[in-house]
Design a protein around this ligand. Sequence first.
Ligand SMILES: C[S@@+](CC[C@H](N)C(=O)[O-])C[C@H]1O[C@@H](n2cnc3c(N)ncnc32)[C@H](O)[C@@H]1O
Length: 264
Amino acid sequence: MSDTTAIKANASPLNRYGEMCAEVYVLDKPPGALGDIDYYREALGRLDGPFLEAACGSGRLMIPMLEAGLDVHGFDHSEHMLAQCRAAADERGLALKVQRTTYEDFSFEQRFGAIVSPVGSFALVNDYDAAAAALRRFHQHLRPGGRLFVDIMPLAYLTARPLDGVRSWTTPSGDLLRIVSNVVELDLLAQRRVSQDRYERWRGGRLVEQELEVLAVRCWGLKEFELTLKEAGFADISVCGDYRVGRALGPTARQWCFQAVKAG
Ligand SMILES: C[S@@+](CC[C@H](N)C(=O)[O-])C[C@H]1O[C@@H](n2cnc3c(N)ncnc32)[C@H](O)[C@@H]1O
């Protein structure tokens, strides 16, 4: 871990997902990427819509759900991630129903048959009280009998190696994009980890652009998340590892996939 001192509050808003971050997200995880697409297509396909994807971002999950004919709405706080989502939907002739808002503030008139928060995004709500309030808001926004899906990384993610590192991608136009990542805060009591990700664009051997992302995540204990779901009013809570429904959760799972029901 780097010994960089605490970040000044104005260095970058936390979990901003700015322009370069959104560009890299789509290069790294285009629509349809990762192992949760079939899991969600099958689970939502059995339920009645409309559905809501919290923090839908660039549409990695939402685009294949719309292509499957599912009525999915979404919200995200990053205009840059939503711009990528719009571009992906336009390319495919899909109509989007997304709003720019946050886990902390979202409010919709309709009630949903299911709400999904995939790929660990819920950990970006990095304060316990705010996260508990978001779960209560999910509960309010579900129809009786509606189902919540939240995938979170295990508590061990806080100290998972490597804590620091460099990753790179080449854009279609030949630019090199790099992320240089350093963990700058690790608070095991608050279950919170903060990293500084420096996004760099290299062209013709020159650094032509850079942006700083400060990412803060709060990880959960398994029982802690279950109890917080219960406190928010949910019942029939189940969890599996890595989208393998019906299989016992093992210690090496990379995602804990929770499902919970709003009593009918
Ligand atoms: C890991 S991405 C996931 C995007 C998409 N759901 C997917 O499955 O690929 C996390 C998303 O959370 C959004 N985000 C972070 N904090 C947020 C907040 N407090 N409220 C709403 N969205 C937030 C980011 O803008 C980003 O699009």
